[in-house]
Design a protein around this ligand. Structure first.
Ligand code: HEC
Ligand code: HEC
Ligand code: HEC
Ligand code: HEC
Ligand code: HEC
Length: 152
């Protein structure tokens, strides 16, 4: 039993264990843009995750025979958001203050920091973010190296 839990914990470190396997690739293939679902990545600090209400704009009628979609509909019927597990992020102790908006304005593509999500199924941590990777680009691009810009 102990061994089994250890394996589950290790797997969770590499890939978040999501309540529903959401396929990015199929949804982007339908013509949806990243900002259709992560609607504040251009204007705010957080990119945001879509509400289950957004999913229901289509899944009220579409692909309702699929088990994954039936799970989505169950959450919607209970008026409960899907408890997605976070993929990217920093230890709270590092007190990092990341903001999407200035990067969007600087025309840095989502793929630079998240990999080719359009081809991915469930989101994985495809790109590692460390203070070094932030600073490498900031030096190249003449962006801030001030501690207080990136830390609370
Ligand atoms: C139909 C809505 C939808 C579209 C379109 C979409 N996403 Fe997502 N995205 C989600 C959902 C739902 C999750 C949470 C599930 C997961 O992490 O797999 C997510 C998770 C993510 C994550 C991980 C978030 C975290 O927890 O750190 C990233 C990064 C991401 N998406 C980037 C993108 C990019 C880049 C695009 C465009 C190529 C895109 N998404 C298009 C719905 C969408
Ligand atoms: C623009 C319409 C649209 C939106 C919005 C949308 N979907 Fe879908 N989704 C589809 C269609 C169409 C399919 C079937 C696609 C296919 O089989 O290639 C699908 C398939 C799925 C599947 C089944 C994959 C499988 O084959 O097992 C899941 C799970 C899913 N969507 C979850 C979500 C979630 C969660 C959201 C909200 C974050 C969402 N969808 C938003 C249109 C949409
Ligand atoms: C310069 C690198 C960078 C770029 C460019 C970038 N992201 Fe992120 N993204 C991050 C980091 C770092 C995090 C984790 C932030 C945190 O936890 O404070 C993150 C988190 C996320 C999350 C998780 C939810 C959230 O609000 O934190 C989503 C979804 C996401 N990004 C989507 C996108 C999309 C879509 C784009 C393109 C429009 C994009 N990102 C561009 C670095 C980037
Ligand atoms: C691929 C290049 C690149 C990467 C990677 C990157 N940045 Fe940036 N960052 C920029 C650019 C370019 C700007 C915009 C500079 C400007 O507006 O003049 C910026 C702006 C910012 C700003 C706003 C600064 C201000 O005071 O307006 C913060 C905060 C920031 N980045 C934090 C981070 C953090 C934290 C990371 C790592 C998780 C990171 N960045 C990774 C290129 C990058
Ligand atoms: C461009 C953004 C950026 C700048 C500028 C920056 N940092 Fe960081 N720093 C980060 C990120 C992102 C992390 C988290 C890295 C991780 O989780 O691997 C971090 C982590 C740290 C940590 C480790 C915290 C911990 O205990 O985990 C310390 C200490 C730190 N930074 C201090 C500084 C100091 C001092 C400065 C100014 C000389 C500075 N940082 C400037 C982005 C930045």
């Amino acid at each position: 039993m102990k061994g089994k839990w250890l394996i589950i914990l290790c797997a969770a470190a590499a890939v978040a264990r999501q309540p529903i396997l959401f396929p990015h690739n199929r949804h982007v293939a339908l013509g949806l843009a990243c900002l259709d679902c992560h609607s504040t990545a251009d204007t705010r600090a957080a990119a945001s995750l879509p509400s289950v209400r957004k999913c229901m704009l289509c899944h009220e009628k579409l692909a309702t025979e699929k088990p994954g979609v039936q799970r989505v509909r169950e959450y919607a019927a209970r008026k409960t958001e899907i408890p997605w597990e976070r993929v990217y992020g920093f230890e709270p102790a590092a007190l990092v203050k990341f903001r999407h908006a200035p990067h969007y304005r600087a025309k840095i593509d989502c793929t630079t920091c998240h990999g080719d999500v359009a081809k991915a199924t469930v989101a994985e941590r495809a790109v590692k973010h460390t203070m070094g990777t932030c600073l490498d680009c900031h030096r190249q691009r003449n962006a801030t190296e001030d501690c207080a810009s990136c830390h609370y």
